[in-house]
Ligand binder design. Sequence first.
Ligand SMILES: [Zn+2]
Ligand SMILES: [Zn+2]
Length: 376
Amino acid sequence: MLAALALTHVTIAAVTIYLHRCQAHRALELHPLISHFFRFWLWLTTGMVTKEWAAIHRKHHAKCETVEDPHSPQIYGINRVLWAGVFLYVKESFNKETLERYGHGTPDDWMERNLYTRCSVFGVFLMLATDLLLFGVVPGVLIWLAQIAWIPFWAAGVINGVGHFFGYRSYDVADASTNIVPWGILIGGEELHNNHHAFASSAKLSSKWYEIDVGWMYICVLQALGLATVKKLAPKPRFARPKAAADLETLHAVISNRYDVLSRYAKSVRRTYAEEIERLKHWSPRDAEVLHSLRRALIRGQALAGAERARLAEALKTSRALATVVAMRHELVALWERSSASKEQLLRQLQDWCRRAEASGITSLVDFSQRLRSYA
Ligand SMILES: [Zn+2]
Ligand SMILES: [Zn+2]
């Protein structure tokens, strides 16, 4: 049992550190010795090919929650991804176009071509023979089964399924990604999947003080030994005295810290939300459904559609303050979603946003505008 846990943990470390953070996202560089060890280990325990894994995963980020996403539970349903995610992966691995378009920069040496890719299933049988020799027949087979089932279940099922379905969100990214639990130990930090989608090229997946990313701990050890070099981390918001008017530097800081901006906005308007709900005690549309939609739109920043959206718009007609904070949130997001606008246009938009926020007479917006002008 302990042996199985230890062995599968090495596999998890190989997936999260080597395949995911190093190969797919280039968040760190590994010493050739370490990266080859991981590649060899993955061949023994999973039969997965680096190029296929990196390509399928990069496509997942590029096409997240659309029909082209190889494994979105929002498209395929949670049960299919959770229990049969590995088949979605295998199916996509036969898609030549995916491999060509997204598989660049992965190992292509003699070993890769002639052994790891050509004989990708041979490794797991070698592992079976080794387990039998080391642990005897029954424990050996059990350990081997745990080893080969580990990644299909935990990675293809739990992370790709649950990590886009259940859990908490620290960042209002456009996809449905979630942090499954704050302690990323069992699956090496990959539990923090919402953090990862917010800052995909960061080598570190934890962000709040209570979150633990065991993969990051290993990376720190490797770095201290000179065996890894961290390339990228999530930006840390910095603040200075608020400027009289936002300038290009402020704009740049706001855009690169957009998730921090959104979570502070949600925190800031919570007060307006509470006050208005209290004031509108006899608000006619004060039914649970409308309040639920309002919370989703305002605090959690989720996009509403169709009837729900119309119902909320109708209800907001009775509260100018709430209507304003909802509308201003959309306008804030437009700062980084409209890619066609020039920097100067965006800057004018930001300055205009601050001016209107401060003229709105809504305390939380006035405070927030000041905060926005202090991003440095
Ligand atoms: Zn994902
Ligand atoms: Zn990723």
